[in-house]
Design a protein around this ligand. Structure first.
Ligand code: URP
Ligand code: ZN
Ligand code: ZN
Length: 488
């Protein structure tokens, strides 16, 4: 009789706070022991010379979702979660999207059904709110929160998604009352649409004009406005996909005056620039996302933001569209930048890119890598310590990394359904070779062994973002983000 179902033996373990040598004992779906020379396992994995890390938690990705322009993502819950698993991620948090006219209960049923039958790793949901009418505010959002969907994404731009300041306040008030986190896509709509119309009138329709219309100032202005609205209600808010020097500074300034504001950045803002969008012909379309990648100074600001805690999480914003008529190029070579589906893939490469160019390049420690890719996501979104760490009692979601494995990125290596990767040709050192989800080895030696639909929905608790962690964010660590309840 073995002591454990699975033992991972002799590896170097890293959490958001420590690096140590230990064996990991798993019974059923959970970690039940961490220590040296623990008993025997029904299965034993030799992890000597390897790193044993928590599986990644990707708190921003779009899966099987209809965009505001009515385009379906190229990845469904199967291809997206398989791709995530191969890249060392074991929990995803995609969106259920309410479009104008949609009733939230039907939207939630729909996404639950799609994910339940296809996901191979665990998932939680955020809810996109585009129609904050009376029923949504008074009945449907509180009900969704009750069901463990404790974060809403709202938009200040996109013609069919954007909300007025009053609507944003309405949603923030509900979030405040029921302890949900408001995530905001913050860009100034007027600037983007005014410039966009002028560009098209003048015949400037190539992908590069997408980057020109989404000005840097439109991001920082919207972040400042959203921070000011959050301040009115004393509600925590998270700005997604932050891309600019001034946007990050706006977060720092708001936080310095007590606003409970978090920031997120993504691989495209660390590893791409607007020069990629300016590639010849329609090639640039592969790099178009909103906000767009900027310049080297902005990349550097994003690294610094991750370092000093202005940016708390590093997510993929995986928004998968093929470089053909189904996604990026509905009118082939005649497609204007305003007609292209927006977004880039990133679920699979999010961790390996940061491992090589963050940890491997000496920009961060291993605990910081773990914090930014897993722990902090679970804390902010209320599923820690079930997810995002290696600890007794936590789900056995584990990625075993070969720190010396060398890979040159090429689209054929990817497991998503996108057909290209914006990071083609980059050389990586370090790759997750064995991935375990709730105690089950689902990826090993390049082979998937997960049943379709084995992934489970994770109902989340209120954000636990004040938990002190490995990174230095003293202002945030001291804030009780839920504060004193307001009567609204
Ligand atoms: O370009 C992007 N990021 N597309 C996905 C939708 C969104 O705004 O996150
Ligand atoms: Zn967005
Ligand atoms: Zn997104």
């Amino acid at each position: 009789m073995n002591d454990f179902d699975l033992v991972i033996r002799g590896g170097t373990i890293a959490t958001a706070s420590d690096v140590f040598q230990a064996d990991v004992g798993v019974r059923g779906e959970r970690i039940v022991a961490l220590g040296t020379s623990i008993g025997s396992g029904g299965r034993e994995i030799d992890a000597r010379g390897k790193l044993v890390l928590p599986g990644g938690v990707d708190s921003h990705c779009h899966i099987e979702q209809l965009s505001s322009m009515g385009v379906m993502c190229a990845d469904d819950f199967y291809t997206a979660t398989v791709s995530a698993a191969f890249g060392g991620t074991t929990t995803v948090m995609p969106f259920c999207a309410q479009h104008r006219g949609d009733a939230i209960p039907a939207v939630l049923d729909d996404y639950h059904e799609r994910a339940r039958t296809k996901a191979v790793i665990d998932y939680a949901f955020h809810l996109i709110v585009a129609n904050p009418d009376e029923a949504t505010l008074t009945r449907d959002l509180p009900q969704a929160i009750e069901q463990g969907i404790r974060s809403f994404k709202i938009f200040t731009t996109y013609e069919k998604m954007r909300l007025t300041d009053e609507q944003i306040l309405d949603i923030m008030a509900v979030a405040r009352k029921h302890q949900a986190l408001v995530m905001v896509h913050a860009e100034n709509h007027g600037v983007i649409s005014w410039l966009g119309s002028r560009m098209v009138e003048q015949g400037n329709v190539a992908p590069r004009y997408h980057a020109i219309c989404h000005t840097r100032g439109s991001e920082s202005e919207a972040i400042q406005r959203v921070a000011m609205l959050a301040e009115v209600l004393d509600v925590p808010v998270l700005i997604v996909h932050v891309s600019t020097v001034d946007g990050i500074q706006a977060i720092r300034e708001a936080r310095a005056r007590g606003v409970k504001i978090f920031g997120e950045t993504c691989p495209q803002y660390l590893f791409l620039t607007a020069k990629d969008i300016d590639r010849p012909g329609m090639e640039g379309a592969m790099f178009c996302c909103s906000p767009p990648p900027r310049d080297e100074a902005a990349q550097e600001a994003c690294w610094r933001g991750l370092e000093d805690g202005a940016l708390s999480v590093y997510s993929s914003d995986h928004a998968p569209y093929r470089h053909d008529e189904s996604g990026k190029l509905p009118k082939g070579d005649k497609t204007t930048f305003k007609e292209m589906a927006n977004g880039v893939p990133g679920l699979e490469l999010r961790l390996p890119l940061l491992f090589t160019f963050g940890y491997g390049a000496g920009r961060m420690t291993l605990p910081e890598f773990v914090d930014l890719t897993a722990t902090r996501h679970a804390q902010i979104y209320g599923c820690y310590p079930q997810k995002g760490t290696l600890a007794v009692g936590a789900d056995a979601d584990i990625a075993i990394w070969d720190p010396d494995r060398r890979i040159t990125i090429n689209p054929d290596l990817m497991h998503d359904n996108v057909g290209y990767t914006p990071y083609s040709g980059r050389k990586l050192k370090g790759w997750p070779t064995t991935v375990i989800s709730r105690g089950e080895v689902i990826v090993e030696n390049g082979t998937l062994s997960a049943q379709r639909g084995r992934g489970r929905f994770i109902a989340r608790a209120p954000s636990d973002a004040t938990v002190p962690s490995g990174r230095k964010i003293p202002e945030m660590a001291q804030l009780d983000i839920w504060g004193t309840p307001l009567e609204l």
